[in-house]
Design a protein around this ligand. Structure first.
Ligand code: FAD
Length: 396
């Protein structure tokens, strides 16, 4: 049986492992963190196409991972003018809509689904070499593992990509830092099925209130120069509250109330994307998810694309006679789609960082733009993309 070394136990890695197992390949997942991070990270939107890709291999996360549907987005100007509303993606024929989940809980559900698949923690890939029989991975703890193929699902700063294609451009900073956390407020009513998005004077803010009163919030801040992750991690919660309160001083008061009521950590992440990667695979090694096409979170598509990649890659390896033709087919089936999504998501992000003049026109034109955006057909290519597990992949 072919053995696949999967580097990265985030989202794409576990899904690839399950899809490969179905395709008759033996997967082992190697994750750099030393233990599962079930409660770590903030929340994310899994778009309907991602939920559909998971269902292609009989994984249903709806109603699990404490997830809940968010079919509707309502836009506001910072001054409190309602700019309009749009659907959060496109409702699929079976009623599926995009869902919000905590990242750590999603990872736990994926791991629970991956029955019988080995996950090894504390295994940070340092290097690999192609051998006569396949590939050998070497980890930072000094251990090694041998397999027939290696799949790099190790995120936007992928070590696998650096080895596979040393001259590949590094992920590009989008000018945004995403900050977020969980809050409580006695005065805000639940925003059932709805996320609110506010184009503030100096920064962008998003929030939703659950039936329990818990608030999920995030802010996108404009940074002309890229900050390091370490410098962001060094900012204390009270300092973030101070900075954010200042940034949103001229916007709707509820933003400051939400920030002030934050309990626990405030996470901060520089937002990168990879518009195009020259090399997707070489020999027995291929990349998937953020490792090959990191996308900014604006379109809420990164997780969905990683799931789609994983399922398509497994189908290609199942149906084509050798690794070379399978990886070539995988790139052929995926590249144009993912690059289109990355570019689209980057454009959405640019609207968040408008200066005073652009902001004036944005607020003026937004209601019209939202009407155009509300045309579901315009976005069907992204949200209704369907992968049929049983359909055979051809070689050309
Ligand atoms: C602030 C923010 C908000 C986001 N919001 C959304 C959203 O709402 N919706 C959405 O769809 N997407 C969102 N995204 C993007 C989404 O998180 C990614 O697209 C998605 O996680 C990609 O999955 P992946 O498996 O490719 O990579 P990851 O989820 O990043 O997983 C990579 C894994 O590899 C591990 N790893 C890294 N290096 C090594 C190594 N050398 N050896 C072994 N393991 C390694 C990491 O620890 C990690 O577990 C957001 C991203 C950010 C930064």
């Amino acid at each position: 049986m072919t053995k696949a070394l999967i580097i990265g136990g985030g989202i794409g890695g576990p899904v690839a492992a399950m899809a490969l197992q179905r395709a008759g390949i033996e997967p082992v997942v190697y994750e750099a963190y030393d233990r599962p991070a079930d409660y770590a990270g903030l929340f994310l939107n899994i778009a309907s196409n991602g939920l559909d890709a998971l269902r292609a291999i009989d994984i249903d996360v709806a109603g699990r991972a404490d997830g809940f549907p968010i079919p509707r987005l309502v836009m506001w100007s910072g001054t409190g003018k309602r700019l309009g509303e749009v659907a959060n993606g496109v409702r699929l024929a079976d009623g599926t809509v995009s869902m919000c989940v905590r990242r750590g809980l999603l990872q736990r559900v994926l791991r629970e689904e991956a029955q019988g698949i080995a996950f090894e923690y504390g295994k940070r890939l340092e290097s690999y070499t192609v051998t006569a029989g396949g590939v050998e991975a070497r980890f930072a703890d000094g251990t090694r593992a041998a397999g027939d193929i290696l799949i790099g699902a190790d995120g936007s700063h992928s070590r696998t990509r650096q080895i596979l294609a040393p001259v590949s451009p590094e992920p590009s900073f989008t000018g945004l830092v995403s900050v977020g956390g969980y809050s409580h407020s006695a005065s805000l009513a639940p925003t059932t099925n709805t996320q609110h998005l506010v184009f503030g004077k100096r920064a962008f803010f998003g929030y939703l209130v659950r039936e329990s009163g818990e608030i999920y919030w995030f802010a996108n801040l404009y940074y002309p120069d890229e900050p390091t992750r370490q410098s962001l991690a060094g900012v204390s919660v009270s300092e973030w509250k101070r900075r954010l309160t200042e940034l949103f001083a001229d916007d709707m008061p509820l933003i400051r109330e939400i920030i002030d009521g934050t309990t626990g950590e405030i996470g901060a992440y520089p937002v990168h994307d990879i518009p195009t990667s020259p090399v997707w695979h070489r020999g027995p090694v291929a990349l998937l998810g953020d490792a090959v096409h990191a996308t900014s979170p604006n379109a809420g598509q990164g997780a969905a694309l990683a799931c789609e990649d994983a399922v398509v890659l497994a189908k290609c390896l199942r149906d084509l006679p050798d690794t070379a033709s399978a990886f070539a087919a995988y790139e052929r089936l995926r590249r144009a789609r993912v690059e289109k999504v990355v570019a689209y998501s980057r454009r959405l992000g640019n609207a968040k960082t408008a200066g005073p003049v652009a902001r004036f026109f944005r607020d003026l034109m937004m209601p019209l733009a939202l009407k155009i955006f509300a045309n579901e057909k315009a976005h069907a290519w992204m949200y209704t993309h369907h992968i049929d597990w049983n359909e055979k992949v051809g070689s050309a």
